[in-house]
Design a protein around this ligand. Structure first.
Ligand SMILES: [Cu+2]
Length: 185
């Protein structure tokens, strides 16, 4: 655990104390910093079996801001037990591009635009056009079928360019969590 690391992105600085940043040496000796999970993104209520997730489009400049919460290409996974209520508070932090979000089934190749959502109402307003900077929308659905899903930007080209993270729904999960390949927060 490395505490007090200075981030250039102001928003990420709040997260510095909560999770372990992971730095690695990339090719050519440049330091590649993995994005960090902020624990405040997730609220879990095991009594009502509800998970609330703050989904931020374009949180950082990664991938030309085509990212969710600073993660791209499935680099962040929201895990949810089967049957739980899911509330996703979507906000577009990107000052340039509109974005949207929907939950879709795993798909190869990735869709180039909006497709049918995997759960009823599991999509934001203006799925195709996107919500403009600092607009938001709430997604609510019941994760009543186990499986592997994507949280995907429906604006044409964005998802296929890497603007997606994962949603795993399973009966073997006891609670909801955010997981990265680098380790659990
Ligand atoms: Cu987008």
């Amino acid at each position: 655990m490395i505490l007090g690391r200075a981030f250039t992105a102001g928003l990420l600085a709040v997260a510095a104390g909560g999770a372990a940043p992971v730095a690695g040496l990339g090719q050519g000796g440049t330091v590649a910093m993995a994005p960090v999970v902020d624990p405040s993104w997730l609220q879990v209520d095991t009594t009502t079996k509800t998970v609330t997730f703050q989904l931020v489009a374009g949180l950082t400049g990664l991938n030309g801001a085509l990212n969710f919460n600073g993660f791209r290409d499935g680099g962040l996974t929201l895990t949810v037990p089967v049957g739980w209520n899911v509330a996703i508070h979507f906000r577009n932090h990107d000052g340039m591009l509109p974005h949207s979000a929907e939950v879709i089934g795993e798909s190869h190749p990735l869709p180039t635009g909006p497709v049918a959502p995997a759960f009823p109402r599991a999509f934001t307003l203006r799925l195709d056009q996107g919500l403009v900077s600092e607009q938001g929308d709430d997604i609510r659905f019941i994760a009543d079928r186990g499986g592997k899903y994507l949280i995907f930007c429906g604006v044409p080209g964005h998802g296929a360019a890497g603007m997606w993270i994962r949603l795993d729904v399973s009966g073997s999960f006891r609670t909801a969590s955010l997981v990265t390949p680098a380790g659990k927060p």
